[in-house]
Write a protein that binds this ligand. Structure first.
Ligand SMILES: O=C(O)c1ccccc1NCC(=O)[C@H](O)[C@H](O)COP(=O)(O)O
Length: 200
């Protein structure tokens, strides 16, 4: 199971994610309360082993700026949260995770164009393009449409519901940000519990 802990902005949270077995960690470079600069993400990444994938999150950013950030931080992957096309994703130099906000359980038709990429099923955008802590309507999703895709389930996951998400979706991975926070700050115990439960 891939386990991605997203929106990291402190050393303690990075250490907790890595030490407890996260396979992916996410840094938000888009406008967000969790936004970090490329230079700071590079600093936070200094002791992250190569086995843990560093993912950079962007919203409708230019190809040049994304590539510059990939180089600065040594990102392994990019997560796109805007209206980026598959043709845009195809041009990036690292593997891409494309986030889709799922409204009323409807998977977007665009999914087909992203078959070569990794998909992230998320709640629809709220104040920011992601990281809202909201859940989408799991029960209405046509699971058969996800066959053949590598995909993360995200959106409002937490230590109480992650096992249900895994049971229902049988995803390649799970992704969390708000659900491992307390009062808006990453909670090291919740990170540990989330990873332990995801690995059960
Ligand atoms: O975290 C943000 O503030 C953010 C801002 C802009 C684009 C994406 C953002 N976050 C994405 C994520 O952290 C997660 O991949 C996903 O949306 C799930 O978040 P959550 O529901 O908070 O667990």
């Amino acid at each position: 199971m891939w386990i991605k802990i997203c929106g990291l902005s402190t050393d303690a949270a990075v250490v907790a994610a890595v030490a407890n077995g996260a396979t992916h960690i996410g840094f938000v470079f888009a406008e967000s309360k969790r936004q970090v600069t490329p230079e700071y993400a590079k600093y936070l990444s200094r002791n992250v082993p190569k086995t843990v994938k560093k993912v950079g999150l962007f919203v409708n950013e230019s190809l040049a700026n994304i590539e510059e950030t990939i180089a600065t931080v040594s990102l392994d992957m990019v997560q796109l949260h805007g209206q980026e096309s598959a043709a845009f994703a195809d041009q990036l130099s690292v593997p891409v995770i494309k986030a889709f906000g799922i409204k009323d359980g409807n998977l977007p038709a665009e999914l087909l164009a992203f078959k070569q990429h990794i998909i992230l099923l998320d709640a629809p955008p709220a104040k920011f393009a992601g990281g809202s802590g909201h859940q989408f309507d799991w029960e209405k999703v046509d699971l058969a449409m996800l066959s053949g895709y590598h995909f993360f389930v995200a959106g409002g996951l937490n230590t109480d519901n992650v096992l249900d998400a895994i049971r229902i979706f049988k995803p390649t991975g799970v992704d969390v940000s708000s659900g491992v926070e307390t009062s808006g700050v990453k909670d090291l115990d919740k990170i540990k519990t989330f990873i332990e439960k995801s690995n059960r």
